[in-house]
Design a protein around this ligand. Structure first.
Ligand code: HEM
Ligand code: EMZ
Length: 385
């Protein structure tokens, strides 16, 4: 198997039973595996809620390391819409030309750097830097703030050897508290200040609400983007003809981005809390237990995707669920897609080929399933065009 391949551990159970089960800190999860069930579950926010105890819908549960509610992620309709109405325009800014020009300058500089090196760890020295630097554009803050964010590593709540790291999380919370206080004292054009000046249903956002948006922006867009970028680089290293195709056929690039995001599903699943006794695939589920929407499994459902376990670079119909579905669909998707677009533009302009030298896989243990989601380390060599 090529280093860049990710097989689907859910196939058999998805076909035969439709759901899986895993424990997580004594709060078990029934995992919805089929495309149609995942979509239905995401749509039915009344039965499958996001707004329960902060941290509980995340797997592994973050209830022990977080009390701040992430907004809009852990809020249900109708309040959810009020928050999205103020956030949506800001998170569409990546479509602006000026934003893309700055992102292109950042990514070009980074690619030049790695082209000059004998080899590079794509996770810590490329994807993490790219993600953190690009985040300064999304937040509209100073570029040099990214140095500190890079020093936090690939996940803000997890560290090597510890699935949940409360001390690490506290660093982020304290940092955001301090940034909010600075923005109150000295408002600027950044997201903190914009949120502090915003009103939801006639009332100004509280500091705690602003903190909830900011924690989510730091946490939700971090390992997801790093996984998308690093898996895509591994794919192009393993498949030089695909890099050539992207160079020669720019018209397929948008489809290729969706397909890479489908195949790699950078966020495996997300949970919900069940509000009333119900059934899923004829299986009884009790109120106040958890289900999960397994985006990564839905994306490999053969009933929806032909050759689901292959990267079909110019796949036409592609209703993948990597960015979720319905109410909580990913607010950062425009930013993430723009990163992928610019990355492909820069790579096709500057890079002839890439080679994987060594890789350390990042495998998630999900009860009866084990899923590779990306790499802890990925040593690669970039060759100039
Ligand atoms: C929601 C995936 C990048 C911010 C989601 C959801 C998924 C997802 C599956 C739905 C969660 C649910 O239904 O409970 C991804 C992937 C990304 C990515 C695969 C990269 C390839 C980002 C970025 C940001 C971000 C860059 C911002 C910096 C959010 C937010 C939500 C969200 C705020 C919650 C939206 C809501 O509740 O209305 N993301 N995400 N994501 N994502 Fe992303
Ligand atoms: C949460 C989540 C958001 C969670 C849309 O996903 O991403 C995870 O990486 C974080 O740990 O707190 O932000």
């Amino acid at each position: 198997m090529k280093k860049s391949e990710i097989s689907c551990p859910f196939s058999e159970v998805r076909t035969n039973i439709g759901f899986g089960e895993m424990d997580d800190q004594n709060d078990p999860v029934t995992m919805l595996l089929r495309h149609k069930d995942v979509r239905k579950g995401a749509h039915d926010w009344k039965t499958f809620q996001s707004g329960s105890t902060p941290g509980r819908i995340v797997i592994p549960s973050e209830v022990n390391i977080r009390t701040t509610r992430q907004i809009p992620f852990e809020v249900d309709p109708p309040q959810h819409k009020s928050f999205r109405d103020i956030l949506d325009p800001w998170f569409k800014r990546p479509l602006e030309e000026k934003y893309q020009a700055k992102l292109t300058a950042q990514i070009s500089a980074l690619v030049d750097e790695v082209l000059a090196m004998d080899s590079v760890d794509v996770i810590s020295e490329f994807a993490l830097k790219l993600q953190s630097r690009a985040l300064t554009l999304l937040l509209n803050t100073a570029y040099d703030k990214s140095d500190l964010w890079i020093s936090w590593g690939t996940h803000v709540f997890r560290s090597e050897g510890e699935a949940l790291d409360g001390d690490k999380a506290a660093i982020l919370y304290d940092y955001i508290d301090a940034e909010i206080d600075k923005a109150i004292a000295n408002p600027g054009p950044d997201l903190y200040s914009v949120l502090l000046a915003s009103e939801v249903d006639g009332t100004k956002l509280t500091k705690e609400e602003v903190k909830g948006v900011m924690i989510l922006t730091f946490a939700g867009g971090r390992d997801t983007v790093i996984n998308a970028v690093s898996n895509s680089l591994a794919y192009l290293a393993d498949n030089p003809k695909s890099l050539e195709r992207l160079r020669e056929e720019p018209e397929i690039r948008n489809r290729a981005i969706e397909e890479l995001i489908r195949y790699y599903a950078p966020l495996t699943q997300m949970g919900r809390v069940v509000t009333e006794d119900t059934t899923v695939c004829e299986h009884a589920i009790k109120a106040d237990t958890r289900i999960s929407l397994v985006w990564a499994s839905a994306n490999r459902d053969e009933k929806v995707f032909e050759n689901a376990n292959e990267v079909v670079l110019d796949r036409k119909m592609n209703p993948h669920l990597s960015f979720g579905f319905g109410t909580h669909n990913c607010l950062g998707a425009t930013h993430a897609r723009t990163i992928m677009k610019v990355l492909i533009e820069v790579l096709t302009a500057k890079v002839q080929s890439m080679e994987i030298i060594s890789a350390e896989e990042n495998i998630e243990e999900l009860g009866e399933f084990k899923r590779k989601v990306g790499f802890h380390a990925l040593q690669m060599k970039f060759n100039k065009k």
